[in-house]
Design a protein around this ligand. Structure first.
Ligand SMILES: [Mg+2]
Length: 247
């Protein structure tokens, strides 16, 4: 079945979306090696990428993780230099984000991928173009969400706010990943240590969001633990009727 996918979104900018998307792609590539699973990657728009400077960017990281499918331009057809919201970054160059291309850029991946991992830009309600928020694109592409938050104090509130808002707008949440973008040290016995806060936040969210799985990407880790069956999750979440149960 071609064309299933997941839309990786955040509770805010800089919460670890790319690290999670890359780990997710790597896991799929590793597990799908024998079956020849084709993993597509799509970043509808990126800012903070100067001309010729895509190396090391989110776009390049996604492309490399997926084994360099198609081209970097297919991964991200619209890149702008200034590290600000994409519509403002485009305007700073006298350009505009092409709202139609945000959607049609995904088509390049439909027939050549068994699953496409899409990484949005910013948070779920952040603008991608003048007329398109991340949530609008996720809805139009009909993709379930993977909600990423930073594994630090406030994760429960930030994550529930985004999950409830997404559901209120009719979107499906396939999974939540807490990303440790900073070292989460400290003692397990200390209730206020970053390590305990991360662990307890994940466990609290898992209880509140069940059956939606809540998992974790540790600082500098390459794999999500526990890893999930993303392929099945993408397919079953896509087939499930809209879940209106409040978290
Ligand atoms: Mg990113």
């Amino acid at each position: 079945m071609a064309g299933s996918g997941l839309f990786v979104t955040g509770t805010d900018t800089d919460v670890g979306k790319t690290a999670v998307a890359v780990a997710l792609v790597r896991g799929l590539m590793r597990d799908g090696l024998r079956s020849g699973l084709r993993v597509g990657v799509y970043k509808p728009v990126a800012s903070g990428v100067p001309p010729g400077g895509a190396a090391g960017s989110d776009v390049a990281r996604l492309w490399e993780a997926a084994g360099r499918p198609l081209s970097m331009e297919a991964v991200c057809p619209q890149m702008f230099s200034a590290m600000i919201s994409p519509p403002r970054s485009a305007r700073a160059e006298g350009r505009r984000v092409d709202d139609a291309l945000l959607r049609s850029g995904f088509d390049a991946w439909r027939d050549v991928s068994d699953i496409v991992i899409v990484e949005g830009a910013g948070g779920l309600f952040s603008p991608l173009g003048d007329a398109t928020l991340n949530i609008d694109l996720a809805r139009d592409l009909d993709l379930p969400l993977v909600v990423v938050d930073a594994a630090r104090l406030g994760a429960i509130g930030r994550t529930l706010a985004v999950v409830r808002a997404a559901r209120a707008e009719g979107l499906r949440v396939a999974a939540v990943v807490l990303s440790q973008s900073e070292p989460c040290g400290g003692s397990r016995d200390d209730p206020a240590s970053p390590m305990t806060i991360a662990r307890e936040s994940a466990s609290d969210l898992a209880d509140r969001l069940r059956p939606v799985p809540v998992t974790m990407l540790a600082h500098h880790a390459t794999a999500i633990e526990p890893d999930l069956d993303w392929l099945t999750l993408a397919r079953s979440a896509a087939q499930r009727a809209v879940d209106t149960t409040p978290p």
